[in-house]
Design a protein around this ligand. Structure first.
Ligand code: FAD
Length: 468
């Protein structure tokens, strides 16, 4: 590598790091991005958001052909499944996108330093390459964007073969007859849905009394109902006490809140209880950058660590572990370094579970409103009363709008429904502009569209919905 001195070094090329690198380059900085893996894009592109959505979309097509098309009068005989092709397509989607990031780096003249980055001073990063050789890069500013890794469960430690993380569950070479998913959050439900649609008997074991604990209670109950109807089995308020691999099966012992024990067995156990920040061999301690008890790098409101020219973003710091949150922090941090006023509005970060139907939410849920002592109004409207949803035969779920009782300001929106992930963008915009339920209700929504349910739910806040 010819150039060794940079304005900015970013460590980690996930959605936080690569986006920060591109934004910094746009702002005129000379940038290097250090990435230990062969491909760019981080967890999100390689083993997270993108491959999981590719499999979700493929498996949803399969479920559609098998279960729903006959209701449209379409008769398909001999439906088959070629798992190899499905997995290959997923890998092609991933490689197309990761190569795209490499192209963007080239276009923006970002130097890609392939190797493990370690802080050796406040301005220097040592990069250890795959062959063991080392080189030193220096920069005025450094952004840490090293992301996260799956959290292990002591009672069911990963073995990478039968007790696995989402990474292995994205590439099972066979359809498991039975799959136990530990954790009823987004990743567990998405991967559980994929394999259930393809034919596995899926049992989700969740420690809490509901799935998707971050979600609005009503929305999480609705999703539970729909997924149960789809054939997934749920054991709530239940913990895994032991997992024993024997041959091609795993025996799992569980215990519910009343102390009742049970035994389950499956070909695979997917442990999806959350992710933890990844900062192995990053040299944080050595240069005096503190982390909290959960391992998150501590930063101020401007993403600055204790060392003022070293910043941290994404899954490595506080806040929801989401790709779009990491991206927005990457943009904000690059702009702050350039002397601009980069900012992330944490009140309006959407959160989505890409099951079918999807669960999408932004802002406060009812429990959070109560905990904050807010007085609020609620409007809900079901997809079953919407013309487009009926035409599509996608009538499960609802939109729930939460607005401040006095000011009518939009406090939160929660959607369980088809393409909820796309519809939530409207609520995000309204919240960004400090808008109200009335603003949504007065805006013309094209007919017939699913988005009309959002408008009807906003009208329902003042009990003036039209089609119910
Ligand atoms: P990462 O994407 O984890 O990237 C960090 C990068 O740093 C990695 O490439 C790593 O190799 C590199 N690195 C680490 N240490 C070093 C080092 N010392 N030197 C050099 N390189 C290093 N989020 C969503 O918003 N939507 C979704 O649909 C979604 N689906 C998901 C599905 C799954 C199965 C998983 C696992 C996650 C999903 N996520 C989703 C979460 C999302 O992937 C993360 O929030 C996001 O990738 C975080 O971005 P990041 O840049 O902070 O870190």
């Amino acid at each position: 590598m010819a150039e060794q001195n940079f304005d900015l070094i970013v460590i980690g090329a996930g959605p936080g790091g690569y986006v920060a690198a591109i934004r910094a380059a746009q702002l005129g900085m000379k940038v290097a991005c250090v990435e230990k893996d062969k491909t760019l894009g981080g967890t999100c592109l390689n083993i997270g958001c993108i491959p999981s959505k590719a499999l979700l979309d493929s498996s949803e097509h399969f479920a559609h052909v098998k279960g729903k098309l006959s209701r449209h009068g379409i008769v398909v005989k001999d439906v088959g499944l070629d798992l190899g092709v499905m997995l290959k397509r997923k890998d092609q989607v991933v490689s197309g996108l990761t190569q795209g990031i490499a192209g963007l780096f080239k276009k923006n003249k970002i130097v890609h330093a392939h190797g493990m980055g370690k802080l050796v001073s406040s301005t220097e990063v040592e990069v250890t390459k795959a062959d063991g050789s080392k080189e030193k890069l220096s920069a005025k500013n450094i952004i840490l964007a090293t992301g996260s890794e799956p959290t292990p469960l002591p009672s069911a430690p990963f073995d990478g073969k039968r007790v696995v993380s989402s990474t292995e569950a994205l590439s099972f070479s066979e359809i498991p007859a039975r799959l136990i998913v530990v954790g009823g959050g987004a990743i567990g439900l998405e991967m559980g849905s994929v394999w259930s649609r393809l034919g596995s008997k899926v049992t989700v074991v969740e420690f809490q009394d509901r799935i998707v604990p971050f979600a609005d209670r009503q929305a999480s109950q609705e999703l539970l109902k729909v997924l149960t109807r789809q054939g997934l089995e749920f054991k709530l308020s239940t913990k895994v006490t032991q997992a024993k691999v024997s041959g091609k099966a795993v025996q799992v012992e569980v215990e519910d809140a009343s102390g009742k024990k049970d035994k389950l067995e499956a070909e695979y156990v997917l442990v999806a209880i959350g992710r933890r920040p990844f900062s192995q061999n990053l040299g944080l301690k050595e240069i005096g950058i503190p982390q909290d008890k959960a391992g998150r790098v501590e930063v101020d409101a401007h993403f600055r660590t204790k060392v003022p020219n070293i910043y941290a973003i994404g899954d490595l710091i506080r806040g929801p572990m989401l790709a779009h949150k990491a991206e927005d922090e990457g943009i904000a941090a690059a702009e702050i370094i350039a002397g601009q006023h980069g900012h992330v509005n944490y009140e309006a970060i959407p959160n989505i579970v890409y099951t079918w139907p999807e669960l999408a939410s932004v802002g406060l849920n009812e429990d959070e409103c109560k905990a904050k002592g807010l007085t609020y109004k609620v409007g809900t409207f079901p997809f079953i009363a919407n013309g487009r949803a009926k035409a599509m035969d996608e009538v499960e779920g609802f939109v729930k709008v939460i607005a401040d009782s006095k000011t009518d300001r939009l406090l939160g929106m929660h959607i369980v429904g088809p393409r909820a992930s796309d519809m939530i963008a409207e609520a995000v915009m309204v919240m960004e502009f400090g808008g109200s339920a009335e603003d949504i209700a007065r805006s013309t929504h094209a007919h017939p569209t699913l988005a009309e349910v959002v408008k009807e739910a906003a009208l329902a806040v003042d009990k003036r919905q039209i089609h119910m």
